[in-house]
Design a binder for this molecule. Sequence first.
Ligand code: ADP
Ligand code: MG
Length: 475
Amino acid sequence: MSKTAESVWNNCLAFIEDNITSQAYKTWFEPIKAVKLTDNALSIQVPSKFFYEWLEEHYVKILKVALTKELGTNAKLVYIIRMENTYGNKQPFTEKIPSSNRSNMQSQEVDVPLKNKSPELKNPFVIPGIRNVKIESQLNPNYNFENFLEGESNRLARSAGLAVANKPGGTSFNPLLIFGGVGLGKTHLGHAIGVDIKDKYPEKTVLYISAEKFTQQYIESVKKNNRNDFIHFYQIIDVLIVDDIQLLSGKAGTQDVFFHIFNHLHQNGKQVILTSDKAPVDMIDIEQRLLSRFKWGLSAELNHPDYDTRVAIIKNKLYRDGVEMPDEIVEFLANNIKTNIRELEGAIISLIAHSSFNRKEITIDLARKIVDNYVKHTKREVSIDYIQKVVSDYFQMDVDTLQSKTRKRHIVQARQLAMFFAKKFTKASLASIGSQIGQRDHATVLHACKTVDNLSTTDKQFRKYVEDLNKKLTL
Ligand code: ADP
Ligand code: MG
């Protein structure tokens, strides 16, 4: 039975998958392809130079162990880096043997249709001076690396950000695209990179701008007939940070102008940092040529922070605000607000405010109230689990009973109410509600919703149940 590159690599993968987090495995190992096996050398293809560097820096040990198990102590690993050239046609592969001297990446040519002839600079960020043009960075110094706490959820994005800040334009993370859901730190990290660069390289021109503002400026420039000035202004920037680029979606003119600016900056070794609430593959109504550029560098995701990171973020915030709070309450907050750091901070702020306005101690009860209120006012969706719990509690039964197959009238009613509220308060489909409430099908759920509707118009007692539960669920 002879070994193939693929079989050897699959065995390595199985071993690696067992030994690292699934997130890391997905990010760093799934995209790799085994290409060739000669004697003891396995060649694997990686998507970029950055990828190769990251593997070498973080996973070289485990790769070695895995490979040695497969190919013996003389095992060798050869990386093949797939490079994409400017216009999308693939360039020949470059091969890399670990730790050999790193050949330079081929430089990429981009033609810039606009001549950069001493532009007249007109821009809201330009402070008119005699000769010296000074551009306000629009950076918020409070959003820095020091208070951007590190955790599993942001490690890649944060380290890539630091790398970019150390060598703006000089790493393969250009552009650096940071993406992730609301309130997970995209804006903070974008600023932090800019702030750090300004610190290290005060002479560099850094500009932070939201895509929204960029769009407005562009529209303004078209109205005033100075589109070229607008473009030229952006072309002299050394580090351009554009926040929330998903907002460019559907705006062809702005995308076009951004495309030219991007090409110019990239071509000239300037750094571009972008943030988005979606991964490039999920962006809609963004032109292909622009999307493909977003993928040139590194896309790094900000995930939901894990429990420890949430605790660390809360403690750091309290420390900076000079407030003390019992651990019990910190843990309560971290346990109850999980998916949005902005909400977490909001809850801390209201908690502190309540306790100081009302001269009350910060207690768990107060924390519970605030979290309930706070989270309700934002967007917490009640979960089907929670609904089942509230309904069973109300009828003094346990959830298992509510879900059971019994036809006893009061249990059937409780179950139907749970289904009704699940339909009302969640976005779940009938089928999914059914499967979560005692493995029923969608027709049963539909029937339950109709029954509850009917009964609440004909049966006074039943109407009372609906009203009570409604209150409990919306409190
Ligand atoms: P986004 O732009 O992704 O919606 P923000 O950057 O506005 O999110 O972050 C929301 C809030 O959470 C900000 O106040 C920010 O300082 C805070 N925050 C986010 N990530 C972290 C982190 N890792 N450490 C500390 N604070 C964080
Ligand atoms: Mg933001």
